[in-house]
Design a protein around this ligand. Sequence first.
Ligand code: DGY
Length: 328
Amino acid sequence: MSKPKLLIARAIFPEVIQKLEQYFEVETNQPDEPFSGTQLIQKLQGKSAALTTGGDRIDAEVLAACSSLKVCANMAVGYNNFDLDAMTAAGVLATNTPDVLTETTADFGFALLMATARRITESEHFLRAGKWGKWSFDMFAGSDIHGSTLGILGMGRIGQGIAKRGALGFGMKVIYHNRSRLDAAQEAECKASYVSKEELLRSADHLVLVLPYSPASHHSIGATELALMKPTATLINIARGGIVDDAALAQALRDRRIAAAGLDVFEGEPRVHADLLTVPNVVLTPHIASASVPTRKAMAHLAADNLIAFFKDNKALTPLNPAALAAK
Ligand code: DGY
């Protein structure tokens, strides 16, 4: 019996390709040139399965043009590149990679918070540029992490990981806002108190964004929200581009409306708003929050295992639309 055909849309660990080759006829993209929408449709012709990343959009147009497709495994916990309703309607199973990246991503959120609040990259650029001539009392004086108020917008698994790091490791007071409130036991474990979004914005010394992107969360932080924040506050976005209005943020940073920002994700990435590149009080990283070697391997293996489970047993380890499985 011939093997089902699989497209791996971006470069991936060779060991994961070898594993998948036991079950699939695999087409890879090891040169790692991202496909345009048209190229993706072309590459998906005759394929039953795809291993995608956050930049590969699977929507109604792609589905209509790729009728052989049965399953897409995203190597990411976020799945705003999937039109889940259209996939369910087309009977295409979608999976993602939750849990395996929670702690690594929470570590990174905390690292970005510390780098931003303590002005680490700004001061390093100064030193590398040969500008360090003398010590001075206020040189790169930033804000404290310990004992401050940590605000978290979006309190899923990663938000809870950041809350624990802040409360238990740094003695921070943790407040959060989320679509749904955690239960009492979860709040106690994270030492976190639920507040309104407005109170979160007004009270946080450091605000970390960890909510999923959807049309409803588009520009959750814009000029109005930034105006409510403390002028000494830092803002960290490790969620998705589009949750923050990057133009409004650049203006707020330039005007010192808030003290600083740390951004791992951007509207329209890999492009970065030109104004963000010229303000000094922002730390910029290229969407690497989950990028530790063990975690990226775990994500790739989980995506592969979802594809294998689907074809072997009509199951998935982490399905996003189980209705598509039932309909099969
Ligand atoms: C995720 O898993 O959603 C990360 O942002 C990596 O894409």
